[in-house]
Write a protein that binds this ligand. Structure first.
Ligand SMILES: Nc1nc2c(ncn2[C@@H]2O[C@H](COP(=O)(O)OP(=O)(O)OP(=O)(O)O)[C@@H](O)[C@H]2O)c(=O)[nH]1
Length: 182
């Protein structure tokens, strides 16, 4: 089977770790310094369920509640990774605003999304519980993960889950059929 080409945008409030997650996944390293992103694109080949993918990751500039959703991210993107930091209530509010704008811009009722609560290594500073994150993702019918870009905790899972969500949206479900033939 030839590789499938997939493009995923990573969005969220400033400083939640969008670039760190991308760099950890693509280059396997963590950079402690903070350098705000304008836009960066990373490419990586990866295999999920025996299928090879050529993945383009678009690491977007941090958004806030007043940002206009950039029109270029409503087209030509197969799936979205929406990131907040578990240490920032503000970033959790902003991710919900981004979600609303995303649905408005794409005009779709369902978009493949993985909601990510990053920075789990900073557990003493946690403001958003796992349950709150999970509840939000459930309300969107999206996948949910908590991660640490710093400790490389569940980082690859984000992108593998996003690819599976995209397959699901295309009707390619891997789950066992519950249909009984008699
Ligand atoms: N402790 C900890 N720090 C992290 C983690 N991920 C990112 N950081 C730090 O948080 C800061 C912001 O990380 P970035 O990856 O630049 O965040 P961003 O979301 O791309 O930021 P913008 O480009 O402004 O939107 C940096 O100092 C990172 O080192 C993490 O999992 N744990």
């Amino acid at each position: 089977m030839p590789p499938k080409q997939r493009k995923i945008a990573i969005m969220g409030y400033r400083s939640v770790g969008k670039s760190s997650l991308s760099i950890q996944f693509v280059e396997g390293q963590f950079v402690d310094s903070y350098d705000p992103t304008i836009e960066n694109t990373f490419t990586k080949s990866t295999r999920v369920n025996g299928q090879e993918y050529e993945l383009k990751l678009v690491d977007t500039a941090g958004q806030d509640e007043y940002s206009i959703f950039p029109a270029q991210y409503s087209m030509d993107i197969h799936g979205y990774v929406l990131v907040y930091s578990i240490t920032s209530s503000k970033s959790f509010e902003v991710v919900q605003i981004i979600y609303d704008k995303l649905l408005d811009m794409t005009g779709k009722v369902h978009v493949p999304i993985v909601l990510v609560g990053n920075k789990t290594d900073l557990h003493m500073e946690r403001m958003i519980s796992t349950e709150e994150g999970k509840r939000l993702a459930d309300s969107w019918k999206a996948a949910f993960l908590e991660t640490s870009a710093k400790q490389n905790e569940s980082v690859a899972d984000i992108f593998h889950t996003a690819l599976l969500e995209i397959e699901k949206a295309n009707g390619n479900v891997q789950e066992k059929s519950s249909c009984v033939i008699s």
